[in-house]
Design a protein around this ligand. Sequence first.
Ligand code: AMO
Length: 433
Amino acid sequence: MEDRTYTADAEPGQTATVAGWAHEIRDLGGIAFLIVRDTTGKIQVKFEKDEMDDDLVETGMGVNRESVVKVTGDVEEEERAPTGVEIVPESVEVVADADPELPLDPSGKVDADLSTRLDNRTLDLRKEETKAIFEIRAEVLRSVREAFRDLGSTEINTPKIVATGTEGGTELFPITYFGQEAFMNQSPQLFKQLMVGSGLERVFEIGPIFRAEEHNTPRHLNEATSIDFESAFFDHEDAMDACETVVKAAYEGVAENCRDELEALGYEDFEAPEGDFPRLTYEEAIERINATGELDEQLVWGDDLPTEGEKALGDDVGSHYFITDWPSEIKPFYIKDHDDDEQLSTGFDLMHPNMELVSGGQREHRYDHLVEGFEQQGLDPDAFEYYTKMFKYGMPPHAGWGLGGERLVMTMLGLENIREAVLFPRDRQRLSP
Ligand code: AMO
C-alpha cells in the first residue's frame, strides 16, 4: 500500500497514514480514542468531539473492534499516550469491517481455550504473545539454517510421497498414488543417507514428517517438522558435536534477535545453554533413573526409557544431555553397532530435561551388514533396493540425526502443548483448519 507508515515508525511532526486493526475504542465523553494495531505495535488516534467534524468522529467511534482501518492525520507528541505519540485524524476509513461477534478476543482480555485458538489462528495470531511464538519459531529456523551452512552442509529437499516407510510400518499414512499404494514419508532418513554418498557429502533438510501415531499427547503431532542432518566421514561423536552446535545456535539466535518477543512472553532472563551437553551412556542413564526411586519397577538393560524415567533423569541432570550407546536391539536397522560390541549401538538421543529432542547415530554403510539389518527388522530388503543398491557403489562411513522442530520451540519456550508451536496442527482430532 502506498505511503503507509508502520505505527512504530510514526514520528511527531509528520502527517502519516497508518493502517491496521481497531484494537480498542474508548469513549470518555468529550474525548475518545481509537487504538490502531499493526504488526509493529499500536498507536492511539484521538477524537476531540467538539473540535472535529461529526462524520469523522462518528466513523471513528462506530468502528467494530478488529475491523481493518486506515487513518490519516498529524502525529503529535503526547506523554499520556501508551507509545508517547498519538494521531489527530483528518480521515478515517473502514477498509474491512469485522463482525461484532468475535470467536476469540485478540486483546487477550477474555481467555480462549487452545481448541478455540487453533480453530481461529488468524485472530489468535493478532495477540502479541501468540505472534511472538511464531516469530521465534521463524528465528529458530533461520539460525539453524545459518548454523548448518557454517558447518558446510547443503540444504536438500526430499520426497514426502514414498513407496516404503523407514521408521516402523504401523506409523505410516497410506495414500493412493495413481492407483498404486503409497505413503506419506515418516523421515527423510534414507534419502539424506543417499546424499552423503553423492558429491554433496554433508546435507540438511527442514521439512514435514508424517507419523500415524495413535496416541494423542501434548508432545506428539501427526505432522511434525523434522530438522535433519547427515554427513559423510562423520562418526556418532562428530554428529553429536554438530547437533550441540545447531541447538545452541537456535537459542543464541533467539536470545539475540527476539528480545521483544521474549518480553511479550514474559521471559526476563532467557539464556542460551552454556558448556558442553553431558553425554551419559544408556547404562549410566538407567542406573541413574533407578537410583532416583521414581519408578515402580527398576529398569533393566534393553528396556526403552519410559516417559517418567526420562523426566526423573532430566530433573537429575538439569540441562540438555545426550544418551549414548543404546542397546542395538532397540535402535533401527540403519544405526551402526560398535565395532567391538555388536550388542551396543552408536545411536544417541539428545534430551531436553523434559523430553527427547533428537535421535541420531553413525549409520551402517557396509552393504552386507545393511541387508542383514533389514532382514533382522522384518523388512524386505528388495523393497528398499533403490537405497541398498547405492551402498554397492562407494558409500562412505557417515552419521547424522533428526531434531523435532516443534519440540525444540516447545522446550525452549516452556510451552505446555506442542500444538502451540504449530500454526495448524494435525492430530487425531484435528484435520482442519
Ligand atoms: P525419530 O523418530 O526419533 O528419529 O525422530 C526424530 C525427532 O523428531 C521428533 N519427532 C516428533 N515430534 C513431534 N511429534 C512426533 N510424532 C514426532 N516424531 C518424531 C522428536 C524426535 O526426537 N530417522 C531418525 C533420525 C535420525 O536418526 O537421523 C528419526 O526419525 O523430536
